[in-house]
Design a binder for this molecule. Structure first.
Ligand code: GTP
Ligand code: ZN
Length: 361
């Protein structure tokens, strides 16, 4: 089942070998002499765009020779996927001169991996972005109405990916989101309230600096309005190729990397205003967020305090209200987790029941 329209499926499914634990072959690895040279002269960059087998890679970020080059994947990578956000090693012509093509020979280990499946029963995953460390979820206070399950869905995707979620509630001029937000009181979630004439840009800037933040939100919630306010140059770049941001390119990638710079914001010259840069990763092509691939343990792990208690649970405990001798349920009932304990447990149980199917954690 999918939550909203699935009219976006323009991208190819990604089969990612790195997500699969492969047992070493009995016969051992091939002798080193048969392997290709180590490419000691390779340079490292970050993939910021993918378009039909061609990768836009940013080199020397913030350095004197910063440039975006075009690269192809070396055959030795076989079926290992390369996605935006990946740190890659390149050989060949890395000048970025027109007509040149470099070759990606290695993909660096990923710290996080944001994925989705076409729908909740589909275990084939598509990678949205690698190495993002924050997810900024945009939800409107009204028009469209906020939905608990929708926000749950984003939270689960973030927790599963190992990414810190942040929440911006837009259109607070139209409705008061307090009641909606009560459902998430137990979560460790930073919330920003934004209205038509009062966007908290400086506050949001502070959490963006030094991070790679992927923005997600249902159509019409005001995500573009927010992105354009935070990255004013993004607007100007539309319609022509802006090599640093990638915006304006025709690309089949679901993500657009925009460089955020607090200095571009109105009021940047006010003493004490936020300073620094980061990445805003917009997801215009992502309309559905299937969670068929989600690992229940990753959800529990995101609730650090509850996860710790789970060690005392009986084997195969579901941690749901009817679970016998669940250490988490008992601790919350005994008041050991303070006032927010019950709310946190409720959130955890809601996420586990809704998105992680049956079976023990
Ligand atoms: N009242 C009010 N309207 C807003 C606010 N933020 C955005 N809007 C309006 O909401 C509508 C949708 O905003 P967009 O920024 O286009 O929304 P989006 O999330 O990018 O939606 P898509 O472009 O469909 O992905 C526009 O008419 C905006 O002007 C807000 O804080 N208050
Ligand atoms: Zn338990």
């Amino acid at each position: 089942m999918t939550w909203w329209s699935t009219d976006d499926e323009d991208d190819e499914p990604e089969f990612d070998e790195s997500a699969v634990r492969v047992r070493p072959s009995r016969r051992g690895s091939r002798p080193r002499t048969k392997q290709r040279p180590e490419h000691a002269d390779a340079v490292t960059g970050m993939v910021i765009g993918v378009d039909r087998g061609r990768y836009s890679v940013l080199l020397d970020e913030n350095g004197p020779d910063e440039r975006v080059i075009t690269a192809a994947r070396a055959s030795e990578l076989r079926r290992k996927s390369v996605v935006t956000g990946d740190h890659v090693d390149l050989v060949g012509d890395t000048t970025g001169d027109p007509g040149t093509l470099s070759r990606i020979v290695r993909v660096g280990e990923r710290t996080t991996l944001l994925r989705r499946s076409a729908d909740d029963t589909d275990e084939v995953e598509r990678v949205i972005v690698a190495n993002a460390d924050q997810m900024l979820i945009v939800v409107a206070a009204a028009n469209p109405e906020p939905r608990i399950r929708l926000l749950d869905r984003y939270l689960v995707a973030a927790f599963d990916a190992g990414i810190r979620p942040l929440l911006v509630i837009t259109k607070t001029d139209l409705a008061d989101p307090a009641e909606f937000l009560r459902n998430f009181a137990g979560l460790d979630l930073t919330v920003f309230l934004s209205g038509e004439h009062e966007m908290p840009l400086d506050e949001i800037a502070r959490v963006l600096v030094g991070h790679r933040t992927v923005f997600v939100g249902h159509s019409g919630v005001g995500k573009s309005t927010l992105v354009n306010a935070l990255v004013p140059s993004a607007k100007r770049a539309t319609g022509h190729v802006n090599v640093v941001t990638g915006r304006g390119r025709h690309t089949s990638s679901s993500t657009v990397w925009l460089r955020f710079d607090a200095a571009d914001l109105p009021g940047a010259d006010v003493p004490g205003a936020a300073t620094g840069t980061g990445w805003v990763i917009d997801t215009p092509g992502v309309r559905s967020f299937g969670l068929g691939h989600v690992d229940r343990e990753n959800i529990l792990r995101s609730f650090t305090d509850l996860d710790r208690l789970a060690e005392r649970c009986p084997r195969g405990c579901t941690h749901l209200p009817d679970a016998p001798d669940c250490a988490i349920v008992e601790a919350v009932e005994a008041g050991e987790l303070g006032e927010t304990g019950a709310a946190r447990l409720e959130s955890l149980q809601r996420l586990l029941t809704t998105f992680a199917g049956g079976g023990p954690v």
